[in-house]
Design a protein around this ligand. Structure first.
Ligand SMILES: [Zn+2]
Ligand SMILES: [Zn+2]
Length: 446
């Protein structure tokens, strides 16, 4: 595992959760590859050879884990599968793990078969199945680069994405799953990791061209966040996660320095509305990449969507039942959704919900945080909190609420579609990184 606050001087091995206890899996199925000489060991260190191209299962079994092969069954608290050197990276190399969750808690949640390089540990953790992958950091990064975005992306984009993923991981600020003894999970909650499933030679090159390189600000590795589409203006880190501002993680137009827009900065409701109604030619707009082209660059699991500008409609009844289920709101009608505070990108940080309660009295409730707002206003997850609300009709009890929005994700740091737009227009990896992380420096630490 990574050590907080320590800058490594050689490539670290990291631990990635592939199946989380919260997934509530009762069993998991793996397939060994046709190369590599894989072995499995139990908690006492007994080692058994595994066959080639063979199927094995792990089942929860009381407080143990049952390993099932065509030769029979064995039980142990944990199992460790090792084989081929993880550094032999290649498409679909490694153990095939069937039905892994991707998009956990997101609107595009799916089960996928993944090819995982490195070592796999299978645990029974307090009655829950828990699977951890130990993998060299650079191999993990190759996998992240292709899992996050499709492999058809230009070189400067893939390199920028790899440097950002490496920096974020080594800055190690979030450490969301430290209590489980892993550095990251396999999903968007941390960084999307689908093993070597979609690996390409371009991603392998991007990792080796940037081997050991991170973004630094002063003597610290940058906490380099990124999201799918900023919507045209990036967001300040403290507006999404709270805490102190960071000098390199500010808000700016996602456009060439010479570009300006009459609504920018977005410091009034009126300007935000005009900005969202417009389609300004920022790096993440269709001016740089037509939306129908996007699908060819985006990773395999994303829905074809409206990333830059979007509309979500709710009838009175739909919104009311949504808020009842999400907030346990005792409401007869919803009257309005009122932004109280917005970040610099137009993302709403505090939102007031006005409603009529069951006794017929006007009430309101305030939801705080970009994340909570997106979670509340969609059955799954709203694209972003940069939106305004149009009511039909304006007045007492609207029949319909139209959410008009911009961007996909929190908008902090690198905008992936914007970075893709820049790379398609010939910007270099340094141009891209220094555009999104102002004042940062690219340095090689190992
Ligand atoms: Zn996570
Ligand atoms: Zn952008």
């Amino acid at each position: 595992m990574l050590e907080p606050g320590v800058i490594p001087d050689k490539e670290p091995i990291i631990r990635v959760a592939v199946v989380m206890p919260e997934d509530n899996f009762k069993k998991i199925v793996i397939n060994t590859p046709s190369v590599g000489g894989y072995r499995i060991s139990d908690e006492d260190g007994n080692v058994f050879e595994l066959g080639y191209d063979e199927r094995y299962e792990f089942h929860l079994h009381g407080d143990l884990l049952k390993f099932v092969s065509n030769k029979g069954e064995k039980v142990s608290k944990k199992w460790i599968v090792t084989g081929e050197d993880a550094n032999n990276v290649g498409t679909k190399r490694g153990i095939k793990v069937k039905n892994v969750i991707t998009g956990r808690n997101f609107h595009w949640r799916k089960l996928m078969d993944m090819y995982i390089p490195g070592t796999l540990e299978f645990h029974n953790l307090n009655g829950k199945l828990f699977v951890v992958n130990e993998v060299p950091l650079e191999v993990y990064l190759v996998c992240v680069a292709t899992s996050e975005m499709g492999a058809k992306c230009p070189k400067s984009f893939l390199e920028a994405q790899t440097v950002v993923a490496r920096s974020w991981l080594l800055a190690n600020v979030e450490m969301k799953h430290r209590s489980l003894g892993v550095d990251v999970c396999n999903d968007d909650c941390c960084q999307r990791y689908q093993g070597a499933t979609f690996l390409t030679k371009e991603a392998i090159e991007a990792a080796s061209n940037t081997y050991g390189k991170v973004l630094m600000y002063g003597d610290k590795i940058c906490d380099a966040r990124y999201s799918k589409s900023c919507g045209g203006v990036t967001e300040r880190i403290e507006n999404v996660w709270g805490g102190e501002p960071l000098p390199y993680s500010i808000s700016k137009l996602d456009a060439p320095a010479s570009y300006n827009h009459p609504s920018y900065p977005l410091d009034s409701e009126d300007k935000v509305r005009k900005w969202i109604d417009d389609k300004p030619p920022t790096f993440c707009s269709s001016y740089y990449i037509p939306e129908k082209e996007l699908i060819k660059y985006l990773g395999g699991v994303d829905v074809e969507g409206r990333y830059f500008r979007w509309i979500v409609n709710y009838t009175q009844q739909q919104l009311n039942s949504l808020l009842k289920s999400k907030l346990n709101l005792k409401s007869r009608y919803i009257l309005d959704l009122v932004p109280l505070r917005r970040g610099d990108s137009g993302r709403i940080i505090d939102l007031r919900i006005d409603y009529v309660d069951l006794r017929g009295e006007k009430q309101s409730m305030i939801i705080k945080s970009e994340y909570k707002i997106r979670d509340t206003l969609s059955k799954k997850f709203l694209y972003s909190s940069a939106f305004y609300v149009k009511k039909e009709p304006e007045g007492d009890v609207p029949r319909e609420f139209i959410l008009k929005g911009a961007g996909w994700g929190h908008g902090v740091g690198l905008c992936q579609i914007g970075a893709l737009g820049m790379s398609l227009k010939g910007y270099t990896v340094e141009d891209i990184l220094y555009h999104y992380y102002v004042g940062a420096e690219l340095k090689k630490i190992y």
